[in-house]
Design a protein around this ligand. Structure first.
Ligand code: PSU
Ligand code: MN
Length: 305
């Protein structure tokens, strides 16, 4: 094992070329693939999302750790490995060095992907929903490391708000404290992942990718880019609200009863939703990831103009 960054980061040929040419690149996370979506749709979606980024004029860089190497951009075989192998751990930033030092394989969360994307020189990142403050966090202290990671990274993250399994109001307060910018894409209503509107308002609205690119440039000029910018892009066809609320209540009760804690909580609840809603949450989750990837690519292209 080497301790040199240049040896640890392995770029795919297309990502290496795009970065060298200053062409638009979009970072994509891998925890969605390995721990967020069920097989076999996880692999299909991972491939489709890359295709969408290309159609919108940018180069996709799905980020993951395989056998101790950090990959910025995956080959199709590597996507298959992340989607299907049983030894893929879920890595947040703090786990990255362990995976590399011990030659392990890991899917990267928003926190870890954003960290690696910034190291690689990528400025725009698409995910599904951010991690945040969990319900009952006043007792469990369960707050996603996504928040603290994004408080110290210059990256723009396109997401459908934060997952509705979380305490959305508390998460918005933490985003404010951590100086993480939040802008709604064509909406004043902060989206709640499976739901178009979480019930919380956002102050600022952008109506085009160009406007977001202008914001990114102004952040850089004024050095307020020491923390991330969140672009909240609501899902168009949300889950049935009644079904959503029912599944959520049952899922939270099941997690509690089964004693699910730590990094297992989010994958447990997502899986619970997919099963209990008979695929309705899966449909929405897939729509979210696709639409966020398209918007992220548009922003990356606009930034390059
Ligand atoms: N968005 C999705 N599916 C996911 C996630 C986001 O549509 O699985 C993942 C991201 O990797 C995010 C993680 O960083 O959930 C949050 O996990 P935790 O709450 O343990 O920080
Ligand atoms: Mn957690």
């Amino acid at each position: 094992m080497t301790a040199l960054l240049n040896d640890i980061l392995k770029y795919s040929d297309e990502v290496k070329k795009a970065l060298a040419a200053g062409s638009p690149v979009v970072a994509l996370e891998s925890t969605i693939i390995s721990h967020g979506l069920p097989r076999p749709s996880n692999l299909t979606v991972a491939r489709e999302v890359e295709a969408i980024v290309r159609e919108h004029g940018a180069t996709p860089a799905t980020i993951a750790v395989l056998d101790g190497n950090v990959h910025i951009g995956l080959s199709d075989d590597q996507l298959v490995a992340i989607a299907n192998r049983d030894d893929i751990m879920k890595a947040s930033s703090r786990d990255l060095a362990i995976a590399v030092a011990f030659g392990k394989s890991a899917a990267t969360t928003v926190a870890a992907t954003a960290h690696l994307a910034v190291l690689a020189g990528i400025r725009v990142f698409a995910t599904g929903g951010l991690g945040g403050v969990h319900r009952g966090a006043n007792e469990s202290f369960d707050e996603s490391a996504d928040l603290t990671a994004l408080s110290a990274l210059d990256i723009t993250v396109v997401c459908a708000g934060v997952k509705s399994i979380l305490d959305v109001g508390a998460t918005l307060e933490r985003l404010e404290t951590l100086a993480i910018g939040v802008v709604g894409y064509k909406t004043n209503n902060f989206p709640g992942f499976y739901l178009t509107d979480s019930g919380f308002e956002i102050e600022h609205v952008a109506n085009s990718a160009d406007q977001i690119a202008q914001m990114i440039k102004a952040r850089t000029a004024m050095k307020t880019n020491t923390s991330a910018l969140i672009v909240a892009n609501p899902v168009l066809h949300q889950m049935d609200k009644k079904l959503h609320d029912e599944v959520l209540a049952n899922g939270l009760a099941a997690a509690d009863k089964e004693g699910i804690t730590g990094k297992a909580v989010t994958p447990f609840l997502l899986e619970y939703f997919h099963t209990a809603s008979q695929g309705d949450s899966l449909r929405v989750n897939i729509e979210i990831i696709k639409s966020n990837s398209a918007l992220a690519a548009d922003i990356a292209v606009a930034l390059g103009k």
